[in-house]
Design a protein around this ligand. Structure first.
Ligand code: GLU
Length: 602
């Protein structure tokens, strides 16, 4: 999903659109464009590649207007070409930008073709422009035409539309993709993410699923899915502009890796202040919801799924409750068996992850009423749809590769494991005090791990020429191996696989040779001796080992075995600390290969 920004004002909005698109660039995109309504005509400029190129083209064509929309596209339907870039225009009359995917686009295309519409692009989006145009022909106004059109769309969308017949407003709609309205003085905005409009205003209204809205210079009217006008609460965004700047760092990913002591420190604050694991950490009414839980079902995608996978080890070991973790996009499409006594935990940095949201809705439809979300963005859709919430306090995450969101999610999930244990009488006062003490030391332990950066950068040089890498871990560190492999492939494009170290002998060992570096997460826990035997298996095949361990583990480098030690073993929170080295390894390997760290391809 990519970026949308729109503006209507008495001043020239082109700089607002360009600045907004630049703020959205971090989301990764392949083309960009803007459309404006000028003197009763619609003009647009589109370019594949960077916003800066599109900006130069807009400047040379003398774009100036009081109404416009902009888009950064992440192609889903049709290749990366100028013709497929947004905005899409129908009959020179209206322009539209779209985030998301229209599932019934083929059917709509056939229908519109039969009505005489010709298509210029391969996108699913163009059908929406023509559909709205079609409804405008019988005199329907722009808002009503949009409302009629969206009723016929299956799939996910955030839309913003302008028309030359209607230079006094812009209309928009949301289903499954985030969209908000920014409120200014005599000017108003729409955006898919608040960072796009912070330059102009902090006052925002988050549109809800199925909403449509009409935005003029003087005001905003919002309508629900039934078309009834509704009032949506106004929020003041606390995202700071500073958090959107790089400061002394070269990349947002590096900045965000280094922000982890602070992000984790902020996230544990409420626990440290309470000096206890209390249901209150998860919102009002949490005691009643969590009190009689008989199991936990975690639903998440990507890095959040790995956070959930760590949590499974904690929840079962600490609270004694059964816990399963599932990829949200799998869960939502299968026939699942619900147990309403199980707590459904969704994890999403943005709180808007579509598959996770749909999985939550599906769980609720199956009778799951006990729902909790772990989320970094207040008031986003998933926490709003959940009974309980734990907000991580990571701050804005700009780099595409998630870092501080992951470690702060782990803090929230650990607090959940401990709280469930306490409610079940499985956590005595001494253990509770011990865990709180561990949390108190966590930001410092993360800082110590960050201090290993120069050594890890040295390793990364050796990784850079490789085509493949293997990551191994056991127990609660196995998901950290998965996260390390995901980070490496995501930003350095080195193919990486992670295995539970005990699985090595059941197949993957065949891959090991001198060209396949093997990263091992091997802290001094109960499984260390087992991991050591797995490392012998690698060495015996000529594999070179890169081992992250801690000072307490008592083993050092030898031929073909490189070792970096984090400081002392931090006990149950060790997976959080061991995340830092694998993040740094991926970051420096990407730097050494010269890839675009903050905006990975595809
Ligand atoms: N599905 C649309 C396309 O491929 C929009 C993709 C996006 O969200 O940027 O053009």
């Amino acid at each position: 999903m990519c970026g949308i920004v729109g503006a209507i004002a008495d001043r020239d909005v082109v700089p607002v659109l360009i600045e907004g698109l630049k703020r959205l660039e971090y989301r990764g995109y392949d083309s960009a464009g803007i459309a404006i309504v000028g003197d009763r005509d619609v003009r647009r400029v589109r370019r594949t590649g960077r916003v800066a190129e599109m900006e130069a083209a807009a400047a040379s064509e003398g774009f100036v207007a009081g109404l416009g929309i902009g888009h950064t596209r992440w192609a889903t339907h049709g290749g990366v070409t100028e013709n497929n870039a947004h905005p899409h225009i129908s009959h020179g009359e209206l322009a539209l930008v779209h985030n998301g995917i229209i599932e019934n686009h083929e059917e709509q295309r056939e229908r519109l073709r039969a009505l005489g519409y010709a298509f210029e692009s391969q996108t699913d989006t163009e059908v929406i422009a023509h559909l709205i145009h079609h409804y405008l022909q019988d005199g329907t106004d722009l808002l009503a035409a949009l409302q009629r059109a969206v009723k016929e769309l299956d799939g996910a969308y955030a839309l913003a539309v302008i028309s030359k017949r209607d230079p006094e407003r812009m209309v928009c709609a949301r289903m499954g993709c985030p969209l908000l309205v920014g409120l200014g003085e005599g000017e108003n905005f729409v955006a898919s993410d608040v960072s796009a409009i912070l330059q102009a205003t902090r006052r925002v209204i988050f549109l809800e699923e199925g909403d449509t809205a009409e935005v003029t210079r003087g005001g905003v009217r919002v309508f629900d899915a039934e078309g009834a006008q509704v009032r949506r609460e106004e929020h003041v965004s606390d995202v700071s502009l500073a958090s959107l700047e790089l400061g002394p760092y070269s990349h947002f990913m590096q900045k965000e890796i280094h922000e982890q002591p602070r992000a984790v420190g902020d996230t544990i604050e409420a626990i440290i202040d309470a000096n206890a694991f209390t249901p209150d950490l998860f919102g009002a009414g949490a005691r009643a919801v969590l009190g009689d839980v008989e199991g936990v079902q975690i639903l998440a995608c990507g890095t959040s799924f790995y956070a959930g996978s760590v949590a499974r080890y904690w929840i079962e070991a600490i609270s004694g409750l059964p816990c399963s973790v599932e990829i949200a996009s799998e869960y939502r499409y299968r026939t699942a068996v619900a147990n309403p006594k199980h707590l459904v935990v969704t994890i999403s940095q943005s709180g808007e992850t579509l598959d996770t949201m749909e999985a939550l809705k599906y769980a609720k439809s199956l009778g799951h009423d006990k729902t909790l979300s772990i989320c970094n963005v207040p008031e986003s859709a998933i926490p709003r749809a959940s009974r309980l919430v734990f907000y991580t306090r990571a701050g804005a995450e700009i780099g595409v590769a998630s870092t501080k969101a992951f470690t702060t999610q782990l803090v929230g999930l650990f607090a959940l494991a401990a709280t469930l244990a306490k409610l079940r009488g499985k956590l005595d006062a001494e253990q509770e005090a011990g865990y709180i003490e561990d949390l108190r030391h966590l930001p410092g332990s993360i800082q110590h791990a960050l201090n290993l950066e120069p050594q890890i950068a040295g390793w990364a040089e050796r990784f850079a020429p490789k085509q493949h890498a293997l990551f191994l871990g056991r127990g609660v560190h196995y998901p950290i191996a998965l996260e390390g492999a995901l980070k490496l492939k995501e930003i350095s494009y080195i193919h990486a696989e992670a295995y539970p170290a005990g699985e090595l002998k059941h197949g993957p060992l065949a891959l090991v040779d001198a060209d396949m570096p093997v990263v091992v997460i091997a802290p001094r826990d109960g499984l260390l001796e087992k991991v050591k035997s797995n490392m012998q298996e690698v060495r015996a095949r000529g594999g070179v080992l890169f081992v992250f361990t801690d000072q307490d583990s008592n083993f050092g480098p030898s031929e073909g075995v490189h070792v970096i030690r984090t400081p002392r073993h931090v006990g149950v929170l060790s997976p959080i600390v061991h995340t830092i080295p694998v993040q740094l390894l991926a970051y420096h390997a990407a730097l050494a290969r010269g890839t675009d760290v903050d905006k990975p391809r595809n």
